[in-house]
Design a protein around this ligand. Structure first.
Ligand SMILES: [Zn+2]
Length: 264
């Protein structure tokens, strides 16, 4: 079987035997892959420390086409994000990134845009962890919880769950003023008349759904949402974090383990 080189992020690590490990990778080229790293637990491992959680590596794999574990033969580190360890909030955000990617991305289903968004998110979290007070000119210092919101919206858009905020998903009536209901099953706002047909919905204050709408628009234009978030009140940002936690949990049928951290 041919060797293939790819770029990946380690999103889960578990021990396989006394000397080997299984790593779950989110690769840029093939989506999620589970691979066996023989000797990955040895002190003098051929992979050195490149198989640690959240490492961004270049890897060589023998890819099995018949299902089962792929075989990792080489791995070298591109980025380690070691600065994350300096700040508990940034590190919690990074663990949530790994959890979401490990749960949401499917095997052999590439999402290069989401891969780049995840790497960008980890860089911003590391930057936030390392900056004391002011950051370099022009580099935003993110609140890790808000930075996760941007990545989660990018994930929803990329995986086909783009939330709809322009009009009612039932009758297309335009959303204008005041609070509005977001229907989880339909993935968008619903007017008073249409919400009766919905199984699950949550009332969102105007400042919340408008901020979420503006963030979706900014992300789709290739932005990172900083301009929208930096002028918003904390209360609106918290409402968006909570709505998003509920929406993600609704779609997957279970709540991400670290969502409690984000919703604070
Ligand atoms: Zn309607």
């Amino acid at each position: 079987m041919p060797l293939e080189t790819m770029e990946g992020l380690v999103v889960r690590v578990s021990d396989w035997s006394e000397t080997s490990r299984i790593v779950t990778l989110f690769t840029r080229e093939h989506g999620k892959l589970r691979a066996l790293a023989k000797g990955g637990r040895r002190l003098r491992s051929p992979f050195e420390s490149s198989l640690d959680l959240l490492n961004h590596d270049r890897m060589v794999l023998i890819r099995k086409t018949s299902g089962g574990l792929h075989l990792l033969t080489e791995s070298s580190q591109i980025t380690r994000f070691s600065g994350l360890a300096k700040d508990y909030q940034a590190l919690s955000g990074a663990y949530l990134v790994a959890e979401l990617l490990g749960d949401w991305v499917e095997e052999n289903d590439p999402h290069p845009g989401l891969f780049d968004a995840a790497i960008g998110c980890l860089k911003d979290l590391e930057q936030a962890a390392c900056a004391d007070g002011e950051t370099e000119k022009g580099v935003p210092k993110w609140n890790p919880r808000d930075r996760l919101v941007v990545l989660e919206l990018a994930l929803l858009i990329d995986l086909g769950y783009r939330p709809e905020f322009v009009g009612c998903v039932g009758c297309a009536k335009k959303a204008e003023k005041g609070s509005a209901a977001f229907a989880f099953g339909s993935g968008g706002l619903v007017c008073r008349g249409c919400r009766l047909d919905q199984r699950g919905w949550r009332e969102l204050p105007e400042r919340c759904w408008k901020l979420a709408r503006n963030l979706v628009a900014a992300i789709e234009l290739g932005g990172n949402g900083w301009a929208e978030l930096s002028v918003s009140e904390e209360s609106a940002r918290r409402e968006v974090r909570r709505w998003l936690g509920e929406y993600l949990s609704w779609i997957r049928g279970r709540r991400p383990r670290l969502m409690g951290w984000q919703e604070e």
